[in-house]
Structure formats: structure tokens, C-alpha cells
Design a protein around this ligand. Structure first.
Ligand SMILES: NC(=O)c1ccc[n+]([C@@H]2O[C@H](COP(=O)([O-])OP(=O)(O)OC[C@H]3O[C@@H](n4cnc5c(N)ncnc54)[C@H](O)[C@@H]3O)[C@@H](O)[C@H]2O)c1
Length: 365
């Protein structure tokens, strides 16, 4: 069994990310190697994970008390009500801080379970077993947890690092192509933040990665995790450097909120569209040269879903998009903060623009 290990060491916690095929089958030995033992464990499972994977995990988890809670993953269910449901199960079953919550699902389940873990008795053990590409390359690492409400996305949440992340790449085989593309969006974002070496690797191998071919998919996951690890270790609470990870996300979150978290546009798709707009904006504001803009844009166009996504928005939606951009967490003045790009590996995190000026720009473009 091949297991790649990445160690993350933040001010609040040290933990391992394990990456490889078929590793959940060995969860018991992973726990004993890590000297982890729990009396009680609640596994929150994404309903769409195929039965064979669920059984693989649940059969191998040898615990005195194992509870299972099924979760219907959608942005609309990423809310207080579902956090409360998890808390009530833990309370009814007298879980204490040394017991464990496991998230077995994509970014939605992970964000909700992470938030429930951080707020239950001010912090219970939390293990993340991400089952989507997006969650394996991004959301399971770094400790951001959160839920949505009518004011926008992820506005309620916490920073709470997991105790262990187990990224079993075999879980990805049952993902619809649309979800693989969403994960690819975050892999692509990482390469833009990181360096030309990673970007060129993606440019060369995009179609192999989208088909989950080994060893390309593993390498892409590892590259993204390593970048995120480096950033989170330096700036766990997003005071500064970590903001680079939000490239394209001010646009992306506003698009999702504008469509009221509709299934027509999921998070990864919004990220692709957001990056497309962020690079165009960076070019229009003379931050990114024409050649580099074209090189990045050509790569985005290879993913071949942009025209479908662009059709989801009309000029009349611009006011709503701006309204949501104004409530973005990254703003610390009345102005809107955009995360832009000057070159591959050079991200600008402090660009601010008034909502009136941005509105005018969006109308024109
Ligand atoms: N915390 C962070 O740092 C962070 C970073 C990026 C994104 N996010 C959040 O992550 C969420 C998006 O995550 P996502 O893209 O994983 O979406 P998701 O959790 O909705 O999963 C996508 C879909 O795949 C299904 N699914 C999950 N695993 C499967 C499997 N193995 N086989 C078949 N289907 C499966 C789910 O049921 C869902 O329908 C967003 O809410 C976003 O805000 C958080």
C-alpha cells in the first residue's frame, strides 16, 4: 500500500495528511500507528458515497461505540440546523472531548462537521476523510470550517484544525465528471499561486488528471496539499499570506449566493468562473501582462465549461453580485477586496475597489 504523508504543523495543532489509493481499508492500523483511540465515534457520511466505500470504512472501524449520521450534501443544508442535529446526537450519547467526530464526505460535510467539532464542548477530536477531489486538494486541509446563511456563504465558522486527514484516492472513482472538474478548479488555483513548474505540469497533463490517471492525479493532489500546508503553517488565521488562497473567490462566492446556492452552479464551477474574471480584471488593471493573461485563460478554456457557466448570469444580476461581494469576509473597509494576480506565483491580496466602480466595470465587460 502506497501512503504519501504530509505533516502539517500550525500553532494550534500538528497533524498528518495521508494520501493514496485504498487506504481507508487500513483505518484501524492507521489509528494505532498514530496512537489514536476513541471510546465513541460519530461518523457523518455523505449520502452519495457508494455503499461499497461506506462499508469498507465502517467495517474496519473497530470501536466500542460507533454511530452513523447520514448527510444530504447541498449548500442549502450547510446550515445551523444541521450543526444542531449533530450536536444533539453527541449530547444524547454523552460524547466527551476525547471522543471523535469523523467527516466522510466532500467539502460540504467537512465544513459542517468541522464546525460542529469546534463548537461541541469547545472542541472534540475531528478526523476528516474527504471523498471528493475538491475536498482532498483543498477543503480538508487548513482548518477552515463554516456554514452559510441568507447573508452569504461561509459567514459563520471557525478555524479548527483536524486531528488527521485521510485522503483515499480510490473514493474519487465514483465521482461524476462535473465534480472532478470542480476539484480541478482548486488544483489549478494552487498552481497559479505556487509556481510555473506546477502550472506547466497541469498544462501538460490536464486531461490525464481529469481522467484520474495515476500517478498524475496523486501528484496533482500532493502539490496542492503541499502548497496549502506551507501557507497555513505561516498564517493559520488568514491575517495576511493565506488570503492568496482566495484568488477568484470574491467573485465565486458572490456568484453562488446570487443564484441562491442553486445546483446549477456548484462551488468549484464558481471558482473557475471567478478565476477567469479575476485574471481578466488583473489584466484590465495592468497587473497581468497580455501574454500571461492569454496563457492562463487558454488553460481555463481547455476545461471547456465556461460558456455554459457564463450563460447563468445576465447583466441584471450585477447589482445582486455586487451586494454579495460587499459582504465578503475579506473586506475590512467599505471597499471590496479582490485577490488578483500579477504573474504565476505572484498574487496581489490588497487590491480594493469601490462597489460603484466595480459595478461600472462589470457592466462594461
Ligand atoms: N474549508 C475550506 O477550506 C474550504 C475550501 C474550499 C471549499 N470549501 C467548501 O467546500 C464545499 C464544496 O465541496 P465539494 O466540491 O466537495 O462539494 P460537496 O461536498 O457538495 O460534494 C460534491 C457532490 O459529490 C457527492 N459526493 C461526495 N463524495 C462522493 C463520492 N466519493 N462519490 C460520488 N459522489 C460523491 C456529494 O454528495 C455532492 O453531491 C463548498 O461548500 C465550499 O465552500 C471549503
Amino acid at each position: 500500500m502506497i501512503i504519501n504523508k504530509i505533516k502539517v504543523k500550525t500553532k494550534t495543532k500538528k497533524y498528518l495528511i495521508l494520501i493514496g489509493p485504498n487506504i481507508i481499508k487500513n483505518i484501524s492500523s492507521i489509528f494505532s500507528n498514530q496512537k489514536m483511540s476513541f471510546e465513541k465515534c460519530l461518523v457523518v457520511v455523505d449520502k452519495n458515497i457508494p455503499k461499497k466505500f461506506k462499508l469498507n470504512l465502517l467495517k474496519k472501524l473497530k470501536l466500542k461505540k460507533l454511530l452513523i449520521h447520514k448527510f444530504n450534501a447541498s449548500e442549502k443544508n450547510k446550515n445551523y440546523k444541521n450543526v444542531d442535529k449533530i450536536h444533539k446526537i453527541l449530547l444524547k450519547n454523552r460524547f466527551n472531548r476525547e471522543d471523535c467526530l469523523i467527516s466522510f464526505g466532500g467539502g460540504i460535510v467537512g465544513d459542517v462537521v468541522g464546525f460542529a467539532s469546534s463548537t461541541y464542548k469547545r472542541g472534540i477530536k475531528f478526523i476528516n476523510i474527504p471523498s471528493t477531489l475538491l475536498a482532498q486538494v483543498d477543503s480538508s486541509i487548513g482548518g477552515k470550517t463554516g456554514i452559510n446563511n441568507q447573508f452569504g456563504k461561509n459567514l459563520i465558522g471557525s478555524f479548527y484544525q483536524p486531528d488527521l486527514v485521510i485522503s483515499d484516492t480510490s473514493l474519487l472513482t465514483s465521482l461524476p465528471q462535473r465534480e472532478i472538474i470542480c476539484g480541478y478548479a482548486e488544483i489549478f488555483k494552487s498552481s497559479l499561486i505556487d509556481n510555473y513548474k506546477n502550472f506547466n505540469f497541469l498544462n501538460k497533463n490536464i486531461y490525464k488528471i481529469l481522467k484520474l490517471k495515476s500517478p498524475f492525479i496523486q501528484k496533482a493532489i500532493i502539490n496542492s496539499c503541499k502548497l496549502k500546508k506551507r501557507i497555513v503553517e505561516k498564517d493559520e488565521k488568514e491575517k495576511n499570506l493565506r488570503k492568496v488562497l482566495n484568488l477568484g473567490h470574491t467573485f465565486a462566492h458572490a456568484y453562488e449566493s446570487t443564484l441562491n446556492f442553486s445546483k446549477k452552479l456548484n462551488h468549484g464551477e464558481a471558482v473557475i468562473l471567478g478565476i477567469k474574471n479575476a485574471i481578466k480584471f488583473s489584466h484590465d488593471y495592468n497587473l497581468l501582462s497580455k501574454n500571461k493573461y492569454k496563457m492562463i485563460d487558454d488553460h481555463i478554456n481547455k476545461i471547456n465549461i465556461i460558456s455554459k457557466l457564463e450563460k447563468l448570469f445576465k447583466k441584471r444580476d450585477i447589482s445582486k453580485i455586487i451586494k454579495f461581494m460587499r459582504t465578503d469576509k475579506k473586506n475590512n473597509t467599505e471597499k471590496i477586496n479582490l485577490i488578483l494576480i500579477k504573474d504565476i506565483g505572484k498574487i496581489k491580496t490588497d487590491f480594493q475597489i469601490s462597489h460603484a466602480k466595480l459595478k461600472k466595470y462589470l457592466y462594461k465587460n
